[in-house]
Design a protein around this ligand. Structure first.
Ligand SMILES: Nc1ncnc2c1ncn2[C@@H]1O[C@H](COP(=O)(O)OP(=O)(O)OP(=O)(O)O)[C@@H](O)[C@H]1O
Ligand SMILES: [Mg+2]
Length: 274
């Protein structure tokens, strides 16, 4: 990070936050350096000046393709997302434009009727990828699926509701194996069915790494790659999602049904006939 960007970043963040204090250490700075480039710093700074976000209070996660930060909602942010109050904890997902795998992305964009007219220029693809996650979250949320409520997208930055308790992010299913019960499995399969039938979407990267557990309730996250049910590979993606989930629960000793049975139920039995 250049000295100027570092100064702006320091203004954006709040060292006294209790989450930051708990996590403070090398990890924060490594993530920031890897994820936040000059352009992203400007976007975040602009969002803060406009009152959409308040201070950035810490780092939640750092992946190969994104960095996820914790922040507070600003007063103008509340105007965009009426359900949340000013100062409530939100998540900032920053997509790392330099490490995005364009080849992988293509298959989820082409074939999705919503993105038929997209341009193949690099910058556009990144913007589209972020926009796609926003739209997928919005569509899922409106259909009643448990997902973080999206707030806003700007360049490579996506703001959304924090899935967490008292400002602390909820854990991934992967790290709370004690939650891998039959009830949780049934609840996840029910979410996949609502997603399919009410939102006409398939997650397409579902695994215990993309499900958060809050008060024993599953929330689906990470939806850039999610596609409409009319995508040519829809069947393959749904099968893969189901295999991942059913296999995981079977390794935890849960008596899991066959993929085909669940696949047929999701695609053929209407929700309200359950
Ligand atoms: N809305 C949210 N509330 C709480 N935690 C979140 C939220 N969104 C993301 N996270 C956390 O940030 C991590 C990374 O987010 P996400 O899965 O969307 O990004 P990613 O690019 O796929 O990263 P990775 O490659 O690590 O999976 C998640 O595993 C989760 O721990
Ligand atoms: Mg993920």
């Amino acid at each position: 990070m250049k000295p100027d960007d570092k100064r702006i970043w320091e203004k954006l963040t709040d060292d006294n936050d209790r989450w930051r204090k708990k996590r403070k250490g090398k990890e924060d700075y490594q993530t920031i350096n890897a994820v936040i480039d000059g352009n992203t710093t400007k976007i975040l700074s602009g969002l803060q000046t406009r009152g959409i976000i308040g201070t950035i209070t810490g780092t939640i996660a750092s992946g190969k393709e994104s960095g996820v930060f914790l922040a507070k909602l600003g007063s103008k942010g509340k105007a965009i997302c009426d359900d949340l109050s000013v100062g409530s904890p939100i998540v900032i997902k920053v997509f790392r434009t330099s490490t995005l795998n364009f080849k992988k992305i293509q298959q989820y964009i082409s074939g999705d009727i919503r993105f038929r007219k997209y341009s193949k220029k690099t910058r556009n693809v990144v913007k589209l990828w972020v926009e796609k996650e926003y739209r997928n979250l919005h569509r899922s949320n409106s259909a009643g699926v448990n997902v973080p409520k999206p707030i806003l997208v700007k360049g490579n930055v996506l703001l959304m509701e924090l899935i967490g308790i008292e400002g602390f992010p909820s854990p991934l299913l992967k790290v709370v194996p004690q939650e891998a019960t039959e009830n949780t499995m049934t609840a996840i399969l029910a979410q996949i069915k609502i997603l399919y039938q009410k939102a006409s979407l398939i997650h397409a990267d579902l695994s215990p790494y993309n499900i958060l557990i809050k008060n024993s309730v599953p929330y689906l996250i990470d939806m850039s790659q999610s596609v409409t049910t009319s995508h040519p590979k829809a069947k393959e993606f749904l099968e893969r999602d189901l295999n991942n989930i059913l296999f995981y629960f079977s390794t935890k000793g849960v008596n899991s049904p066959a993929t085909e049975t669940i696949f047929n139920d999701i695609t053929m039995n209407e929700l309200n006939s359950d």
